[in-house]
Ligand binder design. Structure first.
Ligand code: ADP
Length: 465
């Protein structure tokens, strides 16, 4: 096979030489032995033949060259037919096949790249990829957004982008040793974020000859945002601590009085007073547990409301009747603004009653004797009704207002406990208003009074919290 082109060349050369000799012999005979003339004529006859023979040799070379050029410029989309059956033909065929395989491979790689880009774009987690030198190759959109990156970070060290030495050390370790690392990371972006970061090495392919950490080609760090999880964990811990604390105080008192009674005070005059204290603290415990149960019910998935149309003038009069006795005890007047007779709201009757009673109860509790409370309801626009409960009581300090709806938050714990408060009333109110799709807020001035506002949509769609 290897000799075929050489044989062709040799055979052609000998053929041309023989032909030259034969033609010249004939011409010498016919042209009366004029050697110069016969040589000239035989050359003229043989030149076109030599030209066609040379062309048949160079054509395959040109075709192979053309294929190679197409390969380089990646426009290899149709096969170039080379008819030569010698080595040049085989070379041309091999280049052709190489081209097709190359094109298929490129298509495959670009498809895989597209899939990867789509996956990275759709990921909620942040992804950072570094090369074997520990320099950034790419950062996905999620991480870009969370870190508010605006410029190109390619080829930078991770430390230049996220100022955290622990992360940098973890990435370096993975790149050097090929191990997997996990760490918790606090990032000082606005609002602060906490991530759980897993860093894994990019290992060589299975059939690579390089083994172990030698072959680590880089690392991928995946950032899971656990800020919300941490917040919830903190809320849960605080809640458990608060509940334990709230329950422990009355329990300690009950235990103390019960023990004193057992130790002999049972027969003394103070016994009935002690039992009264025990009863008061037991009531308090019961109230805390009941309020906690209400809160957990509102937050549960099974929480359901029975929405009905409630005409407001009658409804508000009924609520005032319910709370009247407590107000009269403190000589507090409760009035209602003129509510249009046609004003109605779609809500759960029991829960709306609970919202208003809690707010009125607070207004009475935190208003001095002889004060006044005013309740009103107005249709704000076609879609909303705004309620307000206004008192001229002790008011709420400015700095406490943002926290007033938190569980167990009380401005004056002693006063609240004295008045039988649990610190859960406003939290229940807020949850119930939100479950109806409404909003709640407060305006207050110390020693002047407070006004609690809440809105309810006229047509209520229950919202699961
Ligand atoms: P509590 O059972 O202590 O009343 P709430 O959740 O109902 O708990 O209220 C939380 C705190 O908000 C109260 O302890 C009190 O300090 C303050 N507060 C609520 N309503 C009023 C009001 N109308 N005037 C002044 N302070 C109020």
């Amino acid at each position: 096979m290897r000799l075929r082109v050489q044989w062709k060349w040799m055979a052609s050369f000998i053929f041309l030489l023989l032909l030259l000799l034969i033609i010249q012999g004939y011409l010498l005979h016919f042209l009366k032995k004029s050697f110069l003339l016969s040589s000239l004529l035989s050359l003229i006859i043989l030149i076109p033949l030599a030209y066609f023979l040379a062309r048949s040799f160079t054509r395959p070379i040109l075709e192979v060259t053309q294929k190679a050029i197409q390969l380089v410029s990646s426009t290899f989309d149709r096969e170039v037919q080379v008819n030569s059956r010698d080595e040049l033909g085989s070379l041309s065929k091999a280049i052709g096949e190489m081209g097709i395989q190359l094109r298929n491979k490129i298509e495959e790689i670009s498809k895989e790249k597209d899939y990867l880009q789509t996956v990275l774009k759709g990921m909620m987690e942040g992804v950072l990829v570094v090369d074997g030198r520990g320099r950034i190759l790419m950062v996905n959109d999620a991480l870009r957004n969370v870190l508010s990156l605006t410029s190109d970070v390619t080829d930078k060290m991770p430390l230049e982008v996220i100022r955290n030495a622990e992360l940098e050390a973890a990435i370096t370790n993975v790149v050097r040793q090929g191990k997997t690392e996990a760490l918790e990371l606090s990032v000082t972006v606005p609002g602060g974020r906490i991530f759980e970061v897993n860093v894994v090495g990019i290992l060589p392919s299975l059939n690579s000859t390089v083994k172990g950490s030698e072959g680590v080609r880089g690392a991928v760090a995946v950032f899971h945002d656990i800020t919300r999880l941490k917040e919830l964990e903190k809320i849960r811990q605080d809640f458990v601590a608060n509940v334990s604390h709230e329950l422990r105080t009355p329990l300690t008192t009950i235990k103390g009085y019960a023990e004193t009674l057992l130790e002999g005070a049972l027969k003394e005059e103070v016994a009935s007073q002690f039992v009264q204290v025990i009863k008061r603290h037991t009531d308090r415990l019961t109230k805390i547990v009941e309020d906690l149960l209400v809160l957990s019910k509102i937050e549960s998935k099974e929480f359901q409301m029975k929405i009905e149309v409630i005409p407001l003038p009658d409804f508000i009069s009924d609520v005032i009747d319910f709370i009247k006795e407590a107000a009269e005890k403190k000589k507090i007047s409760i009035s209602q603004s003129k509510i249009p007779s046609s004003l109605a709201v779609e809500a759960d009757r029991n829960y709306l009653e609970q919202v208003l009673i809690n707010l009125l109860d607070n207004a009475i509790k935190y208003t001095h004797e002889g004060g006044g409370v005013m309740i009103s309801a107005i249709g704000k626009d076609q879609r909303e009704i705004q309620f307000s409960i206004e008192d001229n009581g002790i008011g709420i300090p400015k700095e406490d207002i943002p926290r007033i709806f938190e569980r167990f938050y009380r401005v004056d714990k002693g006063r609240s406990q004295e008045l039988g408060g649990t610190g859960l009333g406003l939290s229940i109110v807020k949850h119930l208003v939100q479950a109806h799709g409404g909003k709640i807020w407060v305006e207050s001035q110390l020693e002047k009074g407070s006004t609690f506002y809440f809105t309810l949509p006229k047509r209520s769609e229950p919202i699961h919290l």
